[in-house]
Design a protein. Structure first.
Length: 261
């Protein structure tokens, strides 16, 4: 059995946000309280974290996540990266360096901002800082983290190219910030049996660099996943309003939402 946890369901400002407050979100609905986006998967043998949001410490504590086998990155924007220092608690617990998976360009950008977290060899009894071992991945080339088989996928239309992941041949597919799914990525997703598809609905009606509900519905219909979870939602996305706009197999996420597969 695989357990999937949506650690945070919010976009970069979170909900409520400092500048916009609750926006269109009903403050009386606790499912509208959103930390920054992150995902955790485990099958009781291997534990994987996708992205390190600025809210990572609270997310790890809330979900009793004490150890990890690997960290995957979708891109290097602050809301997906800047909680990286909270991995120090993880490396203290596992008492060794932790593998970090990203494309070469992403690894270079992470090293530029957080050079102190990287090592080129495994060290043990890490206590004074998080220590990551960089592992370069390539789009379309499968790699393994413990018992998970992972296919990295390219997505476009955001301010940077972003990396999505298909776990175990489609058991879980995570799509990060995007506006366009490149043809080779879409063809791959149409060829596999997607069980749970996680998609980012940052702004309900879309924006210059984010897919809106119309684009989400179109791609979800083409991919034909059994279940679609919408996450990375900003203050424009009220939980109940989004729920009312979705088809039967689609629903908005909320913080600490857990799905067992």
């Amino acid at each position: 059995m695989v357990k999937l946890v949506i650690l945070g369901s919010g976009a970069a400002p979170g909900v409520p946000s400092v500048s916009g407050g609750w926006g269109a979100c009903n403050p009386d609905n606790p499912k509208n309280i959103r930390q920054r986006a992150g995902v955790y998967l485990t099958d009781d043998r291997t534990q994987i974290l996708v992205d390190t949001s600025p809210d990572l410490k609270n997310q790890l504590i809330t979900n009793n996540i004490r150890t990890l086998d690997g960290v995957l990155y979708t891109h290097t924007h602050a809301d997906h990266l800047h909680g990286i220092d909270d991995l120090r608690g993880i490396t203290r617990n596992i008492k060794k360096s932790l593998n970090c998976y990203a494309t070469l360009q992403q690894l270079d950008e992470i090293k530029e901002r957080f050079r102190y977290v990287f090592s080129d060899e495994v060290h043990r009894d890490i206590t004074n800082h998080p220590e990551l071992l960089p592992v370069e991945i390539e789009y379309g080339r499968v790699f393994n983290v413990g018992s998970f088989q992972i296919m990295p996928l390219e997505f476009a239309g955001h301010t940077v190219t972003t990396t999505g992941y298909a776990f175990n041949g489609g058991q879980v597919v995570l799509i990060p910030d995007f506006k366009v799914i490149p043809m080779q990525t879409l063809q791959y997703l149409q060829q596999i049996d997607v069980n749970v598809l996680i998609m980012p609905l940052t702004i309900l009606h879309g924006g210059s660099y984010h897919a809106g509900m119309d684009i989400i519905l179109d791609y979800a219909a083409k991919i034909k996943a059994k279940r679609v979870i919408l996450t990375h939602m900003a203050t424009e996305c009220d939980y109940d309003e989004v729920m009312n706009l979705t088809p039967e197999n689609m629903e908005p996420a909320f913080d600490n939402m857990m799905i067992e597969l």
